[in-house]
Every structure is written in C-alpha cells, then in structure tokens.
Ligand binder design. Structure first.
Ligand code: PMP
Length: 333
C-alpha cells in the first residue's frame, strides 16, 4: 500500500502546478525584505518533480520512444521516481519503472518507490566516469532492452521547459511582476534554468537569478570562479541538489546566474527547525537550504526587495535524519 490515492491521469495532472507562494514571515520580518517560497510539496506527487515528469513522459510518448507497458528507466534522488511511478500506473497497461538511486538515499523514499511498484537499484557514490555511476547504469539498461527509455531528466531539455512554461509564469503572476530575484538549488538544474530564463525574459532582464548550493557541491565555486573550478569540500545530507559537473539542463548556467550562495548543513538544520517553530512550515532539506540562501541573498538587496525561492518537497520524508536525535548526534549537530 502506498500513501498516494489511486487517481486517473487527468486527476494527477490537474493536481500539478498552481502551487501557493508562501511568505516566510519570520525571515521577512527579520530582514526587512519579502521572502517567499513556492510550495511544491502540494503537487499531486508531493514534489516539484511532477512538473518535469509530465513533460518528459509526454515527450517520450510523442516521439514514439516508448509504448504503455514498456519500462521507464531513470537515475533519481527519489522525487522524480515517485512522479514517474504515479504517472506510470495511470496507463493501461501501466509502465514499469526501474530506478537507479544513490545508496545514501533516505529509506523513506525507497519505501515509497517500492510501494508504488518501482524496481529500485541502490548505486555506490562513484565519479561519473565509473561504470557503476547511477546515470551510466540507467543508460546501459535502457540501451539493452526493448520498449524501454532512459527518461534522462539531467540532459533532456523538456525538464527545464516544464518550468519555463509553468513554474516561471506562476511566480510572475503570483507576485504581480513585483519580484527582484529568484534563487534555487540545482539537481538537474531544470527548476533553476527554466524559471530563471522565463523571469528574465518577461522582465527584460530586471529579475536576477541566483543559485543556492550545499556543502560538498562544486557549483557555488563554479559560479564564483566564472567557470574556472569545481572546488568543494565536506559532504552533506541535503538530497536532490548539488553538482560536481554540468548537466544538459544547466549548460548555459554561467550566462543565466547572477551569483550564488552556500548553506552549511548546520544552517539547513537550524532553518528547518526555525521554519517549523516560527512559520509552522515543514519543508524538506533542499527547501530549507533554499530559504537560508534566499535570506543571505535578500540581505544584499535594498530593503523591501522581493526574493522568491522554491520548496521541492516537505519535511516528512526526512524524519529518519533531521528529526532523529541519534542521527543529529552521530553527525555532530
Ligand atoms: N530538491 C529535491 C528534494 C529534489 O529531489 C530535486 C530534484 N533533483 C531538487 C531539489 C532540484 O530540482 P531540479 O532537478 O529541478 O534542479
């Protein structure tokens, strides 16, 4: 049994997008700037990845790359897998789902994926040129099997298109065009590049775009050094974001990003608890990272500025880590 109600494809799609834009009252008051987050955990599949999954699957179907009953293969930190698995079962016959995930993935996400009928293969954390690398394993499997497609959220530009056509316009409408900056972390980079390029286009370049990054990722360094290096140190529990190389969806990041900010794990944890206590808001780790970085960015802008970020999923998925005392002690927090 899964926590998700069985819905038709129309019902699933109707529940994706048009998510609320929530004002973070605590940090807005503290900074004298307006800080908002897009509540993406309110999509049908409870994460932002529903948007990309719909575009990616429609694209594979319209190109004739796959027929219902076939297998969708993907390398994912979980949320895309959930979105694909929920969509898959709205087809007759349903698609099969085969997911390659990092072995560090929080068990709650693996349980959800398996309860939705997906086959989950845990992969070691190895460099991208190692044959065991999760994305490489997904590509190889899809190549060797019939009626099977590698969804490829990293490089398929339908991913950023989903955000250019839905998330970006929603933010513009919800702020009434009164927005100074957008900031978000990058996993595939679809959210960052899709939303940022839409907001820049519609505002004639007035809206600035920034990247939020975590410990152990080189993206902050890459942006700060204007593409010179991927310096990084440490490691992080924040799932779904952080990069050591560019993806197809991020290949023009240097021309879109106006800067970047970084959150340490301890900043993320403090922000998570603060949002719960003061704003009664339960966000996932990457959402807290985004909101911490949004606050840092807001402080560099004039008073009254409007900064928008997004919350990819909610805190419930991370109970085994940040809301577990043993885990906090073990990690030195
Ligand atoms: N946060 C979480 C929890 C995610 O699963 C993802 C998707 N990898 C992201 C943030 C980043 O979104 P994107 O892939 O659009 O960069």
């Amino acid at each position: 049994m899964s926590e998700y109600p069985k819905v038709t494809r129309e019902e699933f799609i109707k529940g994706v997008g048009n998510t609320p834009l929530i004002k973070i009252e605590s940090l807005s008051k503290e900074t004298g700037r307006e800080i908002y987050t897009k509540a993406e955990f309110l999509n049908s599949g409870k994460s932002i990845k529903d948007r990309a999954a719909i575009y990616l699957l429609n694209n594979a179907l319209s190109k004739g790359l796959i027929r219902p009953g076939g297998t969708l293969v993907e390398a994912t930190a979980g949320n895309t897998g959930v979105a694909l698995a929920l969509l898959a079962r709205t087809y007759d016959p349903p698609f099969k789902i085969r997911l390659y995930v990092p072995e560090s993935l929080v068990q709650a996400k693996i349980d959800i994926l398996e309860s939705l009928g997906a086959t989950v293969i845990k992969c070691p954390l190895v460099p991208s040129d190692d044959p065991e690398f999760f994305n490489t394993q997904a590509v190889n499997y899809a190549q060797k099997n019939d009626n099977c497609v590698h969804v490829n959220q990293m490089d398929n530009l339908e991913n950023r298109k989903a955000h250019f056509e839905t998330t970006g316009p929603e933010i513009w409408k919800q702020t009434g065009g009164k927005i100074d900056a957008f900031i978000v972390g990058c996993g595939t980079g679809g959210t960052f590049s899709g939303v940022s390029s839409y907001l820049k286009e519609i505002s004639n370049g007035k809206v600035k775009a920034f990247i939020a990054d975590r410990e152990g990722s080189g993206l902050h360094s890459y942006i700060q050094s204007k593409g010179d290096n991927w310096d990084h140190e440490g490691e992080s529990f924040v799932e779904g974001v952080g990069k050591l190389s560019l993806t197809g969806n991020l290949n023009d990041v240097l021309s879109i990003a106006d800067g970047s900010f970084r959150a340490l794990d301890i900043d993320v944890i403090i922000t998570l608890y603060r949002l719960l206590d003061e704003d009664h808001l339960s966000v996932g780790a990457s959402g807290a990272m985004n909101i911490f970085c949004a606050k840092q960015l807001a402080l560099t802008l004039p008073k009254g500025s409007v900064v928008v970020t997004s919350t990819a999923d909610s805190g419930e998925r991370y109970a085994g880590k940040v809301f577990n005392k043993e885990w906090l002690v073990e990690k030195g927090h």
